[in-house]
Design a protein around this ligand. Structure first.
Ligand code: GLY
Length: 366
C-alpha cells in the first residue's frame, strides 16, 4: 500500500493506493461509520460491477450500508439529482457526524462531495474512485460541483474528503475507452512539469492500457503524488499553480461543448486533443520546439487518443470554438488565461493570448 498525503494543514488527508483495497474497505472505513452506518452513493454501472464487493467487505461488521444509486453519466451532475440525493439523506436522518462514500467515477465523486458540503452544513465524505480519470485527477483536491444550464461545474465548492481509497484492481472492469480517456490525464502530469515522466509514458503507455498491474500502479501513484503536491501549494486555484492542471482543458472545453458534452467525445479525449492543440499553439507563438509538439502528437496517436480537430471529430470554425471557450468558467476580466508550454514538462499560464489569433490557429489546424 502506498500512502500519499495532501498537505492542507488541519484539512490534510491521505490517499491510499492499494490493489485489492475495495475488499478491505471495512478496515479503512469502519472508524467513520458513525451510528453504525455509511451512506454510499454510486451509479448504476458501478453498482453492477463493484457494489457487491463493498457490501461483502462489511458483511458481519454491524455497519449498515445505505445505498443510493444514480443514473450513470454526466446528466446526474444536476440540480435535480442533487435535490434527490439530499432529500434521501435527510429522509434517512443523516447527522453531521455521518459519512458519505462516493463509489464511482468523476460524476459520482463531484456530486457526493457537493452534497456532503451542503447537507446539514457539512458532513464527512470519502472518495473511492472507480475510473482511471477519477483516480488520477477528480477524486484528489476537493473540487466538487454540479452543472447548470450556463455550463459545466459552475455550481460547487471546495470540499476536501477525509481520505481517498484507490484500488487499481477495480479498473479491470472499466471499458477500454474510459481507461484510455483517463490515461490522457496521466500524460498531463508529464507535460505540465515532469519531462522524465513523459519519457516513461512514451515507453510504458501501452502497458498501462493493457492493464499491466505494475505499470498501472506506477501511473496512478506518480499522478496522485504530482496532483497532491500542486493542491497542497494552491488548494483554491488562487496562485496560478493549480491552474497548471488545466493544461489542454481550454481547447478541450471548446471541443466538448461543440460535441454537446456527449459520448461523441468524452472529457479525457477532449483533454488529449486539447493538450496537442496547446502544444501546437505554443509552437505557433514561438514558445516551444516543434519536435516537442510532435512527440506529444505521436504519443497520443500511438495510444489511440485524439490529437487534433479531425481525430476529435470536430469540424467547427475557429471562431465558433473560441465562442465556446468564452463560456469557460476560467474567463477572468474579459480574457481567458491559457496553459501553454515552453517544451515538454514546461507548461506555463499565459494571460496575453489573443482570442482572434486562437481562432485563426484553429482554422489553420482544421
Ligand atoms: N482537475 C483540475 C483540478 O483539480 O484542479
Amino acid at each position: 500500500m502506498t500512502q500519499i498525503t495532501v498537505e492542507l494543514g488541519e484539512h490534510s488527508y491521505p490517499i491510499l493506493v492499494d490493489p485489492g483495497a475495495l475488499e478491505r474497505a471495512g478496515m479503512h472505513l469502519q472508524r467513520l461509520a458513525s451510528n453504525h452506518r455509511l451512506f454510499i452513493l454510486t451509479d448504476e454501472n458501478v453498482e453492477s460491477h463493484l457494489l457487491l464487493k463493498l457490501q461483502q467487505a462489511f458483511a458481519g461488521s454491524g455497519t449498515d450500508l445505505m445505498v443510493k444509486s444514480l443514473p450513470a453519466g454526466e446528466s446526474s451532475k444536476s440540480w435535480r439529482q442533487l435535490e434527490l440525493v439530499t432529500d434521501w439523506l435527510l429522509t434517512q436522518g443523516i447527522e453531521r457526524s455521518d459519512t458519505l462514500v462516493a463509489l464511482g467515477g468523476g460524476v459520482i465523486g463531484d456530486l457526493t462531495g457537493f452534497a456532503a458540503a451542503i447537507v446539514k452544513r457539512g458532513c464527512n465524505f470519502v472518495q473511492i474512485p472507480t475510473s482511471l480519470l477519477a483516480q488520477v485527477d477528480s477524486s484528489v483536491g476537493g473540487k466538487t460541483a454540479i452543472n447548470s444550464s450556463a455550463g459545466k461545474n459552475l455550481i460547487g465548492s471546495f470540499n476536501q474528503p477525509r481520505f481517498v481509497l484507490i484500488d487499481p484492481l477495480v479498473l479491470n472492469s472499466l471499458p477500454d475507452r474510459e481507461l484510455r480517456a483517463g490515461y490522457a490525464e496521466v500524460i498531463k502530469y508529464g507535460l505540465i512539469s515532469d519531462a522524465g515522466f513523459f519519457d516513461w509514458c512514451e515507453d510504458n503507455g501501452g502497458r498501462v492500457l493493457d492493464r499491466d498491474p505494475d505499470a498501472l500502479s506506477k501511473a496512478i501513484i506518480h499522478s496522485v503524488r504530482a496532483k497532491a503536491l500542486i493542491v497542497g501549494e494552491d488548494e483554491k486555484e488562487l496562485s496560478g499553480r493549480r491552474a497548471l492542471l488545466n493544461l489542454g482543458h481550454t481547447f478541450g472545453h471548446a471541443l466538448e461543448a461543440e460535441t454537446g458534452f456527449s459520448n461523441k467525445l468524452v472529457h479525457g479525449e477532449a483533454v488529449a486533443a486539447g493538450m496537442a492543440l496547446a502544444f501546437a499553439y505554443s509552437v505557433r507563438r514561438g514558445h516551444c520546439d516543434p519536435a516537442d509538439a510532435e512527440r506529444v502528437t505521436q504519443h497520443l496517436k500511438s495510444v489511440g487518443l485524439p490529437y487534433n480537430l479531425a481525430t476529435a471529430s470536430v469540424e467547427a470554425s475557429g471562431q465558433r470554438l473560441v465562442d465556446h471557450m468564452m463560456h469557460d468558467k476560467k474567463m477572468s476580466g474579459g480574457t481567458l488565461p491559457f496553459l501553454l508550454a515552453n517544451g515538454i514538462g514546461q507548461s506555463f499560464l499565459a494571460k496575453d493570448v489573443d482570442l482572434e489569433d486562437v481562432a485563426a490557429f484553429l482554422d489553420e489546424s482544421a
